[in-house]
Design a protein around this ligand. Structure first.
Ligand SMILES: NC(=O)c1ccc[n+]([C@@H]2O[C@H](COP(=O)([O-])OP(=O)(O)OC[C@H]3O[C@@H](n4cnc5c(N)ncnc54)[C@H](OP(=O)(O)O)[C@@H]3O)[C@@H](O)[C@H]2O)c1
Length: 395
């Protein structure tokens, strides 16, 4: 019996098992979405299954649709996807600019995208896309996701509509969920949810929860934590492209604005992922991109650790997670701008059994569109860094 796999790095490889074995390939299936070749081999009267996972099956480009292509996350999806080696953008929607060239409305995208904006037609979008990114406000995504799913499209929703269980969503977002089905979307915090690989609907996490949860997950999963207080500072792009009183230049410049200090909706996601006592207070600062989160972590009794022990714990927990950068010192917003990295650093305050963990992300990349693409890569069996592996923008 001979197995042959084609691998351009190493040429054709074949392995003979036994000269006396008579076997033939009975059937063969290629799962392009997972880069998987399944061969059914007939030997005597038995059929054996042989699965080969390979990056070298010739694959057509992934066609990606974007609903909400004028918003900050939609534009960031376009900016990143036009450079993605395995993706072509098939459709981009805008109700306001339908019929206009995407690159006329957004000159920074010229000449990288040829498409015109289209109106939202879920049937058209599902038929023309292998994956659909829904980048619209919460409450609107649920108007499109059921129809997209019913037509078989795989969906990554950047809004909050599918992050929580329906009952929790209605409580937290104070609105009725219009989707008749509980869809059990996979929560797309890529580093913590490998089941993204098999998901058909991914609920991309909120920007604040991404930085907050990643900062403390090793400690919480290690059973060390009694309580966490997250204090986050966000750039104004986190609020989307619509201008507001807060984003008005004289109000925000040289200012720091706390808001929803005890009742921000993102705390529900943090509590869902971190089963400990969690509090959260956000602030807006006069930067465009980025979230710096200070996590005050209060440990259970007798849980104190040295800096070296904690470093070893974080290193082990995030082994192989390329977008988590554990810093020797403390992270800064400037080092992650424009990137999909989450930088993490910490200090220990022994007197109060407190660890202060700092994380930084770019809210539009790791906190939104970059993480959505990271999830798409995992769903399609690609390297998770495809199209996302580049350094930050400094200064
Ligand atoms: N900004 C961030 O840092 C960030 C990070 C993570 C997640 N998110 C989430 O991602 C989603 C998009 O955020 P954003 O900041 O990109 O928002 P945004 O800047 O306000 O853009 C919203 C987009 O959705 C479209 N849109 C609005 N209502 C719609 C509707 N009913 N049907 C179809 N399209 C509609 C708008 O275009 P037209 O009006 O022209 O159609 C626009 O392109 C939100 O749910 C947000 O919470 C944002």
């Amino acid at each position: 019996m001979t197995f042959i796999t084609s691998d351009p790095g190493q040429g054709l490889r074949s392995r003979k098992r036994s000269r006396n074995t008579t076997a033939s390939v009975h059937d063969c299936q290629v799962d392009l979405s997972k880069n998987k070749l399944i061969t059914y081999i007939l030997h005597s009267t038995k059929v054996y299954t042989c699965e080969v996972k390979t990056n070298y099956i010739q694959q057509k480009m992934i066609e990606a649709g974007i609903i909400g292509g004028t918003g900050y996350t939609g534009l960031e999806l376009i900016r990143l996807l036009v450079r993605h080696p395995q993706v072509t953008i098939s459709v981009v929607t805008s109700r306001r600019y339908k019929g206009k060239k995407v690159s006329d409305v957004n000159p920074h995208l010229f000449p990288f995208i040829e498409l015109d904006y289209e109106d939202v037609d879920t049937k058209e979008i599902a038929d023309r896309s292998d994956i659909v990114f829904v980048a619209v406000p919460h409450g609107s995504a649920m108007e499109y996701v059921p129809a997209l799913r019913e037509r078989g499209a795989r969906v990554i929703d950047l809004s909050a509509d599918y992050r929580l269980k329906r009952a929790d969503y209605e409580l937290v977002y104070k609105r009725e969920h219009k989707d008749k089905e509980e869809r059990n979307a996979v929560y797309g915090l890529t580093e913590l949810h490998p089941e993204v690989a098999d998901a058909t609907l991914v609920a991309n996490p909120g920007c604040y929860p991404t930085g907050a949860i990643l900062a403390v997950a090793p400690l919480v999963k290690g059973g060390m934590v009694k309580q966490v207080v997250f204090d986050s500072k966000s750039g104004i792009s986190g609020a989307g492209a619509e201008p507001s009183e807060t984003s008005h230049f004289p109000n925000l410049a040289e200012n720091i604005i706390p808001y929803q200090v005890t009742a921000h909706r993102h705390v529900a996601e943090m509590r869902m992922e971190l089963p400990v006592n969690v509090s959260f207070t956000p602030h807006v600062i006069p930067t465009i991109r980025g979230i710096l989160t200070t996590a005050h972590v209060f440990l259970n009794e007798n849980m104190s650790k040295t800096h070296e022990e904690l470093e070893a714990m974080y290193t082990q927990f995030y082994a192989g997670k390329r977008f988590i950068r554990l810093r020797k010192g403390l992270p800064s917003l400037g080092a992650v701008r424009g990137t999909n990295f989450c930088d993490i650093g910490f200090e220990i305050e022994e007197e109060s059994n407190r660890i202060v963990v700092i994380s930084t992300i770019d809210n539009l990349v790791k906190g939104g569109s970059g993480q959505a693409i990271q999830n798409m890569n995992v769903m399609f069996g690609l390297d998770e860094g495809e199209g996302l592996w580049f350094p930050g923008l400094v200064p």
